[in-house]
Each structure stands twice: as C-alpha cells, then as structure tokens.
Design a protein around this ligand. Structure first.
Ligand code: ADP
Ligand code: MG
Length: 250
C-alpha cells in the first residue's frame, strides 16, 4: 500500500473540561478521498473532538495536522480558509433569512479573490449557491425563510453552507439525526457523489450504523474520550469491546 500523507491527523489529542478528560490521548488519521466514521456512545467526546479539530476549542495536549501543516494553535477562520468545513450537532441556520441568504452569508467561496470577497455577494457566489441548492434538492425553496424548512431540509442547507467555500474535508456532526428516511438517503447519496466525483473527504459523526456501513471505509470508536477501536464497519460491529460500550451498561 502506498503511504500517503494524511489530510487530517490528530496525535495524542487531549481536551479537559475541568477534571474531565472529554478527549484523551486520541490518535487518528483521515486520508485524502476517504469517508471515515466517528462513533461512540453519547458523551464519549465526538463533538468535542470536532470542536478541537475545527479549532473552536484549544486542546491541552497533542497536535493536529491538516495538509501536513501543524494547526494545533491555528484560528478557526484559518483552518476554514485552508479547506476544512464542519456542521453542528444542533443545526445552525438563520431562520428568518431566506435559504439563499443563508448560503451567501456562509463563508465566501475560496475560489474568489480577496477583493471579490469584500463584496457582499458576487455573481459567482450567487451562481455557486444556486448550483449547490439544486444539488441538495433545495433549489425550489431558495427564497423561503430557512425557518420554514423541515429539520431534514435544514440539515441539507447546513451541508450546503459548509460546502460554499469549496472545502477539501467536511466534518458532519450527526447529519442524519431526527430526519426522515427519504432525506437520509438523499444525504447519503450526495455525500457519495461529492466523494466520488469531486474527491471530497468526509469525517462523519453518526449513530446510524447502516449509514456508516454504506459510506465509510473505516471507523473510529470513542468511549469515555478514549479511542476504543478502529477498523472497517464490519470489524467494528463485531468488536466485543464496542458491543460492551454500547450495550454493556444497560
Ligand atoms: N463546553 C463544555 N464544558 C464542559 N463539559 C463539556 C463541554 N462540552 C462537552 N462537555 C462534556 O464532555 C463530554 C463529551 O461530550 P461531547 O463531546 O458532546 O460527546 P458526544 O458528542 O460524543 O456525545 C461529556 O461528558 C460532556 O458533558
Ligand atoms: Mg455530540
């Protein structure tokens, strides 16, 4: 196997909240073009790890590398500009603004020059927003307030907003939670297309194990902030320690 440089890598990533180690000595690597799953029981540190990777939270120990560059102390806008995007477990859209306006205010497309970025929204940005909304089956809702969308449509919008700057890796935090099976299939299909046709890399926090099995080549399992296991979805499903972590305490 050719040894590639990871796109995103964590070494010994550790984050404490007071005395609680929310993420503890976690090592992982995501390679270009992969779709990797991040699973674990509630409270196991998945969202905290995303917050560390997107640089919203400082870490106490360890290092984070993106495209071979040490981003451990980078600012969130810097890693966003380098091509890392993420969505939030609790959907963050501006409900009173239209769907299109939400797309336009999300971070400007990296393909534009710095001068164009100073304009509120250029023609190219508009065009990209419309194309992405069509791709996400939201084109007909472009002028609706985002608050009128269903939960699943808001998830799609949030994914669209994350895609606006044309990132290389997209971190999705529970993109399928609380949404209907048809839209889950849509999200799955769009992730696959973005991956296969545009080479986008994904790191997915998911509780839906079928979704993980269908999309991911590899999965990391967190439990109490520690890496409990890693492997293919099949290996993870049959791993006794993972089964114990999910069902043992009941
Ligand atoms: N901002 C915070 N301040 C204090 N504790 C937090 C904070 N965010 C998360 N935690 C705690 O860190 C642990 C991991 O939480 P989280 O990363 O949200 O888990 P997951 O996303 O896997 O459900 C939990 O015990 C949670 O209560
Ligand atoms: Mg979470």
């Amino acid at each position: 196997m050719v040894q590639q440089q990871p796109l995103l890598e964590g070494r010994n990533v550790t984050k404490y909240f007071g005395g609680l180690a929310a993420v503890h000595h976690v090592d992982f690597a995501v390679y270009p073009g992969e779709i990797v799953g991040l699973v674990g029981p509630n409270g196991s540190g998945k969202t905290t790890l995303f917050n560390c990777l997107s640089r919203i939270l400082p870490i106490n120990e360890g290092e984070i590398y993106f495209k071979g560059k040490n981003i451990t102390h980078a600012k969130p806008y810097q890693v966003a500009h380098m091509g890392l995007a993420r969505t939030f477990q609790v959907i963050r859209v501006y409900r009173k603004m239209t769907v299109l306006q939400n797309m336009l205010i999300s971070r400007q497309w990296r393909g534009e020059g710095i001068l164009k970025m100073l304009r509120p929204s250029s023609k190219a940005t508009h065009e990209r927003a419309r194309q992405l909304l069509d791709f996400l089956l939201l084109g007909h809702l472009m002028h609706e307030p985002a608050g009128h969308l269903s939960g699943g449509q808001r998830r799609l919008l949030e994914i669209g907003m994350a895609l606006m700057p044309d990132p290389d890796i997209i971190l999705l935090d529970e993109a399928t939670s609380g949404i209907n099976p048809t839209l889950i299939e849509t999200i799955k299909d769009r992730i696959r297309q973005l991956n296969r046709q545009e080479g986008k890399t994904f790191l997915l926090i998911e509780h839906n194990i079928d979704f993980i099995s269908d999309l991911c080549s590899r999965v990391y399992v967190l439990d109490f902030g520690e890496k409990l296991a890693e492997g293919t979805p099949e290996e993870i499903k049959n791993n006794p320690a993972v089964i114990e972590a999910y069902f043992g305490a009941e």
